[in-house]
Write a protein that binds this ligand. Structure first.
Ligand SMILES: NC(=O)c1ccc[n+]([C@@H]2O[C@H](COP(=O)([O-])OP(=O)(O)OC[C@H]3O[C@@H](n4cnc5c(N)ncnc54)[C@H](OP(=O)(O)O)[C@@H]3O)[C@@H](O)[C@H]2O)c1
Length: 278
């Protein structure tokens, strides 16, 4: 790969905006996109991490990195950040990656609403607001890609899992697909991807960054997730499940659930024979 080779295969890589770039998958996107010649705007709450990443990447790859520290679950900062990216004329990439998990139990006696509301604001609110902003320059240029970091959780609606994490990720996958279908309708060349990783070694599992394997394999490294994401630019897949082991888990779950009474079919429906046809 020459110094300027990049996943979009363009001669003039533009700007990439990455949320949650202070660690994990977002930091890997920053490292890999800067190595491909993209200038960066990076955001997260931990300013010191952004500062050291920015100076390292600027020196290593002779690109420009702007840091914008802040909390994207707060409406004021979300608006401020969105307004700052809308005027970026050469915006090629948006990575909506900032996210978190919670050990709170939504139906627990002492559970607090604040963690769940923060998750809705960050996973759903910020993702949608920044997509809206980024689509302005991208549609004007008829070029660009938005990677929304969802999860296989968006496709696995287990009763044993945390409902808000899975449901907000389900929003990300569904919304990405709906907006891409709208763009396809007007024959836009802008691409949207809902990236669905399974367990990946990052700080979402704590400072040790050790994720446990899924039922069929894994975990992955953040770099593997980023390479699969960037490779998906070449195809028209919208929901991108990273890795065969994760695909197997989703397929198994869907197969079990489409046959399960009480989830998709009422008794009357199953009597009508529709269940058998499926
Ligand atoms: N690791 C996995 O197994 C896995 C699997 C599927 C999907 N994902 C998704 O991948 C994305 C990245 O997570 P990760 O695994 O790389 O974990 P991570 O290392 O903990 O990274 C999360 C990033 O989000 C930022 N962030 C969190 N809350 C924020 C807020 N309120 N405002 C702004 N930035 C915020 C964090 O930065 P600051 O703390 O500095 O703000 C950090 O940079 C998340 O959306 C996660 O749901 C992860």
């Amino acid at each position: 790969m020459s110094a300027t080779a990049n996943f979009m295969d363009v001669n003039d890589p533009g700007m990439a905006v990455i949320t949650g770039a202070s660690s994990g998958i977002g930091e890997s996107f920053a490292r890999i996109l800067s190595s491909q010649g993209f200038d960066l705007v990076i955001t997260a709450r931990r300013e010191n991490r952004l500062e050291s990443l920015a100076s390292e990447l600027e020196e290593k790859y002779s690109i420009n990195v702007k840091i914008v520290p802040g909390d994207l679950s707060q409406t004021e900062f979300m608006e401020e950040f969105a307004s700052s990216i809308e005027p970026i004329e050469n915006l090629d990439v948006l990575v909506n990656n900032a996210g978190f998990g919670t050990l709170e139990n939504f139906i627990g006696k002492n559970s607090k609403a604040s963690a769940f509301m923060k998750m809705i604001n960050l996973h759903c609110g910020a993702t949608a607001r920044l997509m809206h902003a980024a689509l302005k320059p991208m549609q004007k240029n008829d070029r660009g890609v938005i990677f929304n970091i969802s999860s296989i959780a968006s496709l696995l609606l287990h009763g044993s899992r945390e409902p808000m994490y899975h449901s907000t990720k389900a929003f990300i996958s569904a919304f990405t697909e709906m907006v891409q279908l709208k763009l396809n309708f007007i024959k836009s060349k802008v691409k949207l991807k809902a990236i669905c990783p399974g367990n990946t070694h990052t700080e979402i599992f704590g400072p040790t960054k050790i994720a446990t394997p899924g039922k069929f394999g894994g975990p992955m490294t953040p770099e593997e997730v980023v390479h699969i994401s960037l490779d998906s630019y070449k195809n028209n897949d919208i929901i991108v499940i990273t890795g065969d082991h994760n695909i197997e888990e989703v397929v198994e779950w869907k197969e079990i659930n489409y046959k399960k009474h009480g989830r998709y079919f009422s008794k009357n429906f199953t009597k009508s024979g529709l269940y058998k046809k499926l």
